[in-house]
Design a protein around this ligand. Structure first.
Ligand code: BGC
Length: 462
């Protein structure tokens, strides 16, 4: 047995295992049953926004193939399916009553999962804001937080009798930073002040939604949020690099977790933003709303990061209105997204979150890799690279548990080869291959390896 196998063998038999997806990445059917455009439908139409001019118009056609897809999830042997609900499908104008035909899809999905012995793990927001709300100001507008809580209640009223795990937001950092500061994801704005307002309103929307849902929740219901987290090391021990790493850790990790857990934003981040003239539109009562009690935190991990405060030539890094620092690679092998493969950084991250924010159960809600898959004539992909990536990161998760982190589950990302946002379809992360021409699904070698790991741990010790 390898060290990796030994570590994986320490996971308890009751450990939760899942696969994940998100609505816009797999559903397709963008104009069916009353759905209106989301910001991603709009963004996909602007030239050069998405590789190859791709869009989620058809995606994996999951909207029409849902029962067969649930059967595949069952074949993967997992106990949990993490999916997201499309806001413009359920509440097409971003306000007002529920769209019955839209919510009916999730109603059927939840039943199908439960009938197959799979727990639904529902995310309310994975990046597909109704375009109507973006037109009204989007996340930089305070009203969007209120709208989000109303939408959450529409879904909650309909599904809380069967769904136990509720995640408000997936990766709010990505929405705020990539969507509103860097302009590389929908809605493609480049406005640091708007981006930080978006970050605040995302968290406010989360807090408002959790409070309202919890008032009506059956006692066993669990509420959480999923954050994309990373480690942030200084590239060298220099003062400039340590400051860069501290700021990025502040903006990416402490900004969210300090607010959610302690009800305050980190002072050093607020000061650095203020030096750029950026102030959060936070009302005095907002922090206590954001810090609504949580039952779990989802950690999405893909890579570790190192930062330098200076350019390679020694000049200061240019700021563009927002403190920004240079990423310095570790020199490790990368996936085809250029993301370095650093499983030990996942261990470090989980241990650190467990130590700095104690008492919060953690779940690795996303972890996975894009590789250049080569199918054989039957569509089967022998993706030993992806299988190795998953095993190494599952072992890293087990190592974090051994070191004291309260990690209770691991969800591989992703279930299917999907619409990969700005990368379009060229980058594949699925455990199941999707043929883009025929929509045929084939479980990859990594899916089989994952299934074996799950089976082995389940049969092991508790
Ligand atoms: C997102 C996923 C996406 C993955 C790879 C994550 O940050 O949550 O939706 O598929 O990155 O692009």
């Amino acid at each position: 047995m390898s060290g990796e196998d030994d570590l994986i063998g320490t996971l308890p038999s009751g450990f939760r295992w899942g696969v994940g997806s998100s609505a816009y990445q797999i559903e397709g059917a963008v104009a069916e049953d009353g759905r209106t455009p989301s910001i991603w439908d709009t963004y996909a139409q602007s030239p050069w926004s998405i590789d190859n001019g791709d869009s989620g118009e058809i995606a994996c056609d999951h909207y029409h193939r849902m029962p067969a897809d649930v059967a595949l999830i069952k074949e993967l042997g997992v106990d949990t399916y993490r999916f997201s609900v499309s806001w413009p499908r359920v509440q097409p104008r971003g306000r007002g009553g529920v769209n019955s035909a839209g919510i009916a899809f999730y109603d059927r999905l939840v039943d199908e999962l439960l009938n197959n012995g799979i727990d639904p793990w529902l995310t309310l927001y994975h990046w597909d804001l109704p375009q109507h709300l973006e037109d009204a100001g989007g996340w930089p507008a305070r009203d969007t937080a209120v709208r989000f809580a109303d939408y959450a209640m529409l879904v909650f009223e309909r599904l809380s009798d069967r769904v136990r795990y509720w995640t408000t937001l997936s990766e709010p950092w990505c929405t705020a930073m990539h969507g509103y500061v860097h302009g590389v994801m929908a809605p493609g704005r480049r406005d640091p002040e708007a981006g930080m307002a978006a970050a605040h309103h995302l968290l406010l929307g989360h807090g408002l939604a959790v409070r309202r849902m919890r008032e009506l929740a059956p006692s066993e219901t669990m509420f959480g949020i999923t954050l994309n987290l990373s480690t942030a090391d200084p590239a060298t021990p220099s003062e400039a690099d340590r400051e860069a790493a501290r700021f990025e850790d502040g903006l990416g990790t402490r900004f969210y977790l300090d607010a959610l857990v302690h009800g305050r934003y980190p002072e050093d981040v607020l000061e650095a933003l203020a030096r750029q003239g950026i102030r959060l539109p936070s009302e005095p009562w907002d922090p206590s709303i954001i810090a609504a009690p949580l039952d779990f935190v989802g950690v999405d991990y893909y890579f570790g990061t190192r930062y330098s405060g200076v350019e390679e030539n020694g000049n200061a890094v240019e700021h563009f209105g927002m403190p920004a620092f240079r990423k310095v690679p570790f020199g490790a092998p990368s996936t085809v997204l250029g993301w370095e493969i650093l499983p030990h950084k996942l261990t470090e991250l989980l241990v650190r979150i467990g130590r700095d924010y104690p008492g919060l159960p953690l779940y690795v809600t996303e972890n996975g890799a894009a590789f250049a898959d080569v199918p054989d004539e039957t569509g089967f992909v022998r993706d030993d690279d992806r299988a190795a990536y998953l095993s190494a990161h599952i072992a890293a998760t087990a190592a974090a548990r051994q070191a004291g982190a309260d990690v209770r589950g691991y969800f591989a990302w992703s279930f299917l080869d999907s619409f990969e946002w700005a990368y379009g379809y060229a980058k594949r992360l699925g455990l199941v291959r999707v043929d883009r021409e025929t929509q045929a699904r084939t479980i990859k070698q990594s899916g089989l390896v994952y299934r074996d790991i799950v089976e082995r741990v389940r049969g092991g010790r508790r």
